[in-house]
Design a protein around this ligand. Sequence first.
Ligand code: AHR
Length: 672
Amino acid sequence: MKKISSMLAAILVASGLQAQTHTFDINTSKMGGAIPSTMYGIFFEDINYAADGGLYGELVKNRSFEFPQHFMGWKAFGKFELKNDGPFDKNPHYVRLRDAGHSDKFTGLENEGFFGIGYQKDAEYRFSVWARVPNGDGDVTIRVLLCNPNTMGERQQFSEEKVVVSGKDWKKYEVVIKSKATVDKGTLRLMLARNSKTVDVEHISLFPVDVYKGDENGMRKDLAEALEQLKPGVFRFPGGCIVEGCDLASRYQWKNSVGPVENRPLNENRWHYTFDYRFFPDYYQSYGLGFYEYFRLSEQIGAEPLPVLSVGLSCEFQNGSKRTDAHVPVDQLQPYIDDVLDLIEFANGDPAKNSWAKLRADMGHPAPFNLKYVAIGNEQWGDIYIENLKPFVEQVRKKYPNIKIIGTSGPDSEGKAFEHLWPEMRKMGADLVDEHFYRNESWFLGTPEAKKQYGPGCGANRYDSYPRGKNAPKVFAGEYACHGRGKKWNHFNAALMEAAFMTGLERNADIVEMATYAPLFAHVDGWQWRPDAIWYDNLRTFNSCSYYVQQLYSLNKGTNMLKLTMDGKAVAGNEGQDNLFASAVYDKNSNEVIVKVINTGDKAQPVTLNLKGMKGEHPATLISFHSDNLTAENTLDDPKKIIPQESSLTVSAPSFATSVPARTFYIYKIKK
Ligand code: AHR
């Protein structure tokens, strides 16, 4: 820290300004290495009702009657019967509806959606059903009603259309219904017209017409747009623990998630029972948001897809790390290895030569998705992981030498498993190593207490001394978030800690190739895990403060690193650095020097940007992210309470004196 003369200091103190400045030396004419385009990305897992009930546009729960309790999510009334010889072999159940047998009685079905169905006034909804008249003895009219079960009004239904089913063969029927009301917890009701013939119904579905990009089997628009607005460089999917499963049977199986949606078999979602204090017995995966939709969405939002596949080990937290039958023996791994090889073909292969590639083309995307990465295993550890991973690496390398392989360093940011796995990953030649850290404020700040507890690898200096070199694996910070002590939910302070820590990612962009905050999504009525980046109910959404931090980094990631030091050292909140964290990049597209400064302390700090290589006046933008209340957060009712604010200023170079307020994340974007 450079000290100004004591007389000047006294004058500044007397005039209310602080006496010491912190000079950040930034050599703007010496370009550092390139910032990877993948640097800031997203990680999607179907936790917190992120897929069904979240991003996936489907509004009907248990649309194929395949939940183990076949009418879960439904109320069936009148004369109905569950049958199991339907047209879709992997989803064989359907419902037979018969006339109620009395002019004042009714037969039908009502679906509760996911915590209700959200309807917007004047919006259109596409209803579809597979149906037949089993006896072929005439037409059957099904009334399709959008209902509000909680109304004190005269009628529960506020919109109605009809579907007329005819013929003995199964066919898909569709009708678009315009909603005449806004209702956040509505239902979908089907009623047979009076004196009806018998009808069979299967795969009953309702989507908003206005889904993201208008896609068939599309995504909820506001949530997909929130992803797009993050401009993510990489998109990790589908988990997380989901990949491993609580047991092998419930692991994510991508092959079940492609092809016609009607015939994608249901999977148990391990998050329905992971926490008995946040228990959701109706949480299943329809696989409607499957690998095709994932690759399509990656392409639409401009992110590199990064699929994670099972290494043949079910969740080690839940099953231990011994070779029990919870895990696949090395000599029986071939089907699992084939899953990886076939996924690469599904994504990149030639439809004329490979059946998985042909399926991709048949689904609507003949061109390859240009998959470049595969991660094998999620939070695995111990020798069983190394033993299982080896044959995967050998076969993927042999067949697809250009695909980058990502291994894991276990569930923790340090400790026994971590220390064991990193050298093993190096030996195996992994291209990247996935690290996870859900840690408290002190860890993110790298305080002396945290260093005592966790070792030197916490805080923004974490990557400063990671091994470099031609064959050194790169880092993928695949899951991280600040879990505030005693405040394990989204609040401004947690986001500020993340912003401070991320200066260390940026400073080390030569070794850190990608980073993805976690988890991404949460339904306010159905979450199991928090904090999360994006929250929503059936109609509304809000971005958390952590989301904005991710976005600020992503939109201001620059193209090249710039060295930034104070007294020759990285600015990482260390002793004598007065709670300041900082990093700098240059963006050759906008010709801007971008300086990020975070003050995590409770006093404003004077800072001087010493912009070596620049002189004169430069137009600049200052982005400020700040809240006076550290535990404040955005909410559904007040979604923009804490958002970044932009202002213009002129920066005089080379030496620009400024002040960074307490508890603030500042970004200076200075035209060079
Ligand atoms: O992000 C939630 C969970 O945290 C992930 O499924 C798992 O990988 C980690 O333990």
